[in-house]
Design a protein around this ligand. Structure first.
Ligand code: BES
Ligand code: MN
Ligand code: ZN
Length: 502
């Protein structure tokens, strides 16, 4: 989709479709009043009849014969005081959704002109661009012939801006949003890719391709090296699959040489059948998404590099497949992790924490100034928060707070769960240093309590994206399937670091 900025009067723009936003409680907006006048009261009538009242994500398509635009699409934003950047993203997504599967010569989008409280013109350009591009995503590489989707919506969109705004700043915001959309698209593609294609090796190749595109380093450890290192927890999970494990290490140097890096650790289980503690058949197909944390890590490194953020960043992705087989680990097995701690595996389906334990231990060697891990870790997280929030737990309140702030900004919202010492009781083992399950109560917390044992002395936070990585019901900026969650969140977190506030 071709995107351009243009400072012009919306109602004088020649376009196949003009997109306008409307707040539910702001009908006296000069632009809407003028439009209503030109349409002989059509808007007032729509409001009176309840056809279009400006409720969030409501839309009304008009095809007046008399205007310079062939079509007018009104999108509701709800009450003005409640609307923010996320509402704007969704409104842009609704506009794209309206024409999905159709051909449209072009679109002019006046959404960035909205007088949205507590936002800047640049932030509005960024949000609208993200919304447009993310809503246009689809995963169609395996649909052939007449099953290929027809029509790709508008080929080009003009973003309208007010005269007198700082043009270079807006161009920058547009470019930033395009980078973010590219990174989210990469993450979605990786997560949507089926398990037969997506081996740990495939993930490593894709990470290397991202590193080449972004100009940063990618190192991949194979089975022999992992054995030499002593990554017994990771290797334990991998041993049930004929596919070899990989530990993918990405290094982006955007900060000062020698400055301690930020470390991101992303769970990369390319398929999670549960191992010998086999999962039920229903919806097991969705477990191809169990590398969404790894995908977010790869894509965030790409976004940071393309934006040239002034930070040093290390991304570590333990990539394995969790299958049952004659060589798989059994319930009751005891593994020796890279940290030296021994782990009693009571449930082979609690594999994510095993590979993360070794990856977190591995990343200590770069002396990170903080570590954030991101993982589709627990079904309990879906029960606790559903599909609308990421669970965050950690040992550093300032880090958790900074992540939460990034969540509010991007609409990828976080909710903190407690990590009190009381929960450690649940993961005490009779025969090893720790066990890998804490039973049903507080499953998300006991998984984090397990990871905390491997994060001692590090500033660390854990993000559980089990409920948010995969979307079963389409939303304005997400088709069904992979959401690409975490990419915009983590990039916003990196952009919010003190060294970026120049
Ligand atoms: N990958 C799953 C968690 C998951 C569940 C992600 C649903 C997305 C949607 C994880 O490896 C897992 O199986 N966790 C177990 C842990 C339990 C055995 C302690 C779970 O949550 O049931
Ligand atoms: Mn599992
Ligand atoms: Zn898993």
């Amino acid at each position: 989709m071709q995107l351009t900025l243009h400072c012009a009067e919306p109602l004088k723009t020649r376009t196949a479709c003009l997109v306008l936003g409307a707040f539910a409680d702001r009908w006296r907006d000069p632009l809407l009043l003028e439009l209503d006048r030109q349409l002989d009261g059509r808007l007032r009538e729509a409001r009176r009849s309840g056809e279009f009242t400006g409720k969030a994500n409501e839309s009304l398509l008009l095809q007046p014969a008399t205007l310079s635009a062939q079509r007018i699409l009104l999108v509701g934003l709800g009450p003005r005081r409640d609307a923010g950047l996320e509402q704007l993203r969704q409104a842009a997504g609704i506009a794209i959704g309206q024409f999905k599967g159709q051909h449209l010569a072009g679109m002019s989008c006046a959404l960035p002109l909205l007088d949205l409280p507590r936002t800047t013109p640049a932030a509005r350009i960024e949000a609208v661009t993200e919304g447009l591009l993310l809503a246009g995503y689809r995963f169609d590489r395996y649909r052939t012939g007449e099953n290929r989707p027809k029509g790709a919506g508008p080929r080009s969109v003009t973003l309208l801006c007010a005269r007198g705004t700082d043009r270079p700043e807006l161009e920058n915001a547009l470019a930033t949003a395009q980078v973010l959309a590219r990174a989210v698209t990469l993450a979605r593609d990786l997560v949507n890719e089926p398990g037969n294609v997506k081996s740990p090796t495939y993930l490593a190749e894709q990470a290397a391709a991202a590193a080449a595109a972004g100009g940063f380093r990618c190192t991949v450890l194979g089975r022999d090296e992992l054995e030499r290192e002593g990554c017994g927890a990771l290797l334990g999970v991998a041993q049930g699959s004929v596919r070899e494990p990989r530990l993918i290490v990405l290094e982006y140097q955007g900060g000062e040489a020698g400055a301690a890096p930020i470390a991101l650790v992303g769970k990369g289980v390319v398929f999670d059948a549960g191992g010998i503690s086999l999962k039920p058949a229903e919806k097991m197909d969705e477990m191809k998404m169990d590398m969404a944390g790894g995908a977010a890590t790869i894509a965030t490194c790409l976004a940071a590099a393309l934006m040239k953020l002034p930070v040093n960043l290390v991304g570590v992705i333990p990539a394995v497949e969790n299958l049952p087989s004659g060589s798989a680990i059994r319930p009751g097995d005891i593994l020796t992790s890279l940290s030296g701690q021994t782990i009693e595996v009571l449930n082979t389906d609690a594999e994510g924490r095993l590979i993360l334990a070794d990856a977190i231990t591995y990343v200590r060697r770069v002396n990170p100034r903080l570590v954030v891990d991101i993982a589709t870790l627990t079904g309990a997280c879906v029960i606790a928060l559903g599909h609308h929030a990421i669970a965050v737990l950690g040992n550093d309140p300032a880090l958790v707070q900074a992540l939460r702030a990034a969540g509010e900004q991007t609409g990828e919202r976080l909710w903190e769960l407690p990590l009190w010492a009381d929960y450690d009781q649940q993961i005490k083992s009779d025969v090893a240093d720790v066990k890998n399950t804490g039973g049903r109560p507080a499953g998300t917390i006991t998984a984090a309590a397990f990871l905390q044992r491997f994060s001692k002395g590090l500033k660390w936070a854990h993000l559980d994206i089990a409920g948010t990585a995969w979307i079963e019901q389409a939303r304005p900026c997400h088709p069904k399937g992979a959401s690409g969650v975490g990419v915009r969140l983590l990039t916003a977190f990196l952009r919010g670091l003190p060294e970026n506030r120049r």
